[in-house]
Design a protein around this ligand. Structure first.
Ligand code: TMP
Length: 212
């Protein structure tokens, strides 16, 4: 099941409105300028099946799923995304940059909704195996700034934003805890700054850690 990656797998994580899509576009340009072949993708989604599951997850009322069902759906979408998109690309030597991956499940369903973290580790093992991102960039900013940014641009995908402020505080603290536990894989980037400054920091970290 586990791929032997020749490309590199970089994930961007963070709460609502952290600026991940803008930064992924910048990182992609930067990597391509260095001669890398790059695939930008996202979770939930990133494959035909993953995008179908995404709709179930991001639309509708906040209480549509209980926490465990939601975690199962995220891991189902993730496995499809890995098999259909990520692993084949890495095998071709492409660098894959994903807007969210399993740390989002830990932060949102684990720290946010209070699901047992050991249970999430078991689901990870089943759906993903021993595959891990080569680098995870956690874009950090105050919850109110992120929610205000996210609220300005949303269409129907409001299910997570409609959760209470305390939920988003736990998500932010969860991401910070993930970075503390796995400093070799993760780097926290202050994203409450101008786009260009954040992009420069990200490029520096990718160069230092992955030799891009
Ligand atoms: P997005 O807004 O970054 O596209 O992500 C969609 C929503 O899905 C976002 O509110 C975070 C949430 N999410 C989880 O709760 N768990 C997960 O595992 C993933 C990948 C996303």
């Amino acid at each position: 099941m586990t791929a032997t990656p020749r490309g590199r797998f970089i994930t961007l994580e963070g709460g609502e409105g952290a600026g991940k899509s803008t930064q992924i576009a910048c990182l992609r340009d930067w990597l391509e300028a260095r001669g890398r072949s790059v695939l930008a993708t996202r979770e939930p989604g990133g494959s035909v099946g993953g995008e179908m599951v995404r709709r179930l997850l991001v639309e509708g009322p906040a209480d549509r799923w209980d926490g465990t069902t939601e975690a199962l759906l995220h891991f189902a979408a993730r496995r499809d995304h890995l098999r259909a998109t990520v692993w084949p690309a890495l095998k071709r030597g492409t660098w894959v940059v994903s807007d969210r991956f399993a740390d989002s499940t830990r932060a949102y369903q684990g720290y946010g909704h209070g699901l047992d973290l050991a249970m999430l580790d078991r689901l990870y093992e089943i759906a993903v195996g021993d595959f891990r991102p080569d680098l995870t960039l956690i874009l950090d900013l105050p919850v109110e700034v992120g929610l205000a940014r996210a609220g300005r641009r949303r269409g129907s995908e409001t299910r997570y934003e409609s959760l209470p402020r305390a939920f988003h505080d736990r998500v932010r603290a969860g991401f910070q805890e993930i970075a503390r536990r796995e400093p070799a894989r993760c780097a926290v980037v202050d994203s409450d700054r101008e786009t260009e400054r954040v992009a420069r920091d990200i490029a520096r970290i990718v160069a230092e850690r992955l030799g891009a």
